[in-house]
Ligand binder design. Sequence first.
Ligand SMILES: C[S@@+](CC[C@H](N)C(=O)[O-])C[C@H]1O[C@@H](n2cnc3c(N)ncnc32)[C@H](O)[C@@H]1O
Length: 285
Amino acid sequence: MKTLAILIIFASLQYSIMIIKDKKPDLFEKTECNIWTDPYIQKQMLKEHLNFSSDAASRKKESIQKITDFILKNTCAGGNLLDLGCGPGLYTSIFHDKGYTVTGIDFNKASIEYAKQENQDINYILGDYIESYPEDKFDTAIMIYCDFGTFSDADRDKLLRDIFHSLSKGGKFIFDIFTEELTQSKQVPKDWDYAPTGGFWSENEYLLLVQTFHYPENKAFAEQYNLLSDDKVKHFVVWNRYYNEQEITEVLKTVGFGNVTIHKNITNTNNFTSGNEIFVVAEKD
Ligand SMILES: C[S@@+](CC[C@H](N)C(=O)[O-])C[C@H]1O[C@@H](n2cnc3c(N)ncnc32)[C@H](O)[C@@H]1O
């Protein structure tokens, strides 16, 4: 009996050891769980978007205003605008009020439901813009808060081709990316968080183990999360690809964009990301 009990304990320990991921993931490896679509975490993300004094999920209010002014300056008033990864519609609502015809797409259900309730005149789509890009013509496409660095180079190029084809002549794709300075701010290789009564990652007690891996030859970081809660382990990997000005210009020109301009110091200082993002305006001429 005693031997059986020891065997069971050993087997369960083995099991938990096996399901903790601590190896460097393959470049741009995808996990089954996603921080934006997980049923519980997506609602926490929505709360973070709506916290205007924090730079988590969305930037702080003053930065949003500065970015919106920058986009307004770089586009013709009105016109069809697509917001890729629109979240709860913090930007879409401003452009709608300025007279643009606006479409927003996001795969966070909680955010899209909130956005739809806030403004029914905006066309909101619940979906993955890489899997199913909206079929329409746009004068402007935007992707704000460094989402451009979160997918593989192959997905990036597929998405860029879709954006390029969806833009009218003279149309612009405006987005922001991390620069090589990201390597200076990502200096914590291992971290953890224990929440005895639940919190951001789970409504119940959890232990979160975080490991950061660098892929210098591919200019990418992976943040690998093991979330231990409710007798389960969920795995998430968040990718961040960074660029220098020449590389991003080449990537865009290869797809067909003509005029590419780089803009610095658009936002206020940031209390969540590195704060050295650059903004890119790519024009289809
Ligand atoms: C960092 S947040 C930025 C949200 C918004 N652009 C802002 O700045 O307020 C990234 C957003 O992109 C969405 N997202 C990420 N990948 C996506 C994909 N493949 N398809 C649709 N939405 C995506 C997430 O759900 C999230 O709302």
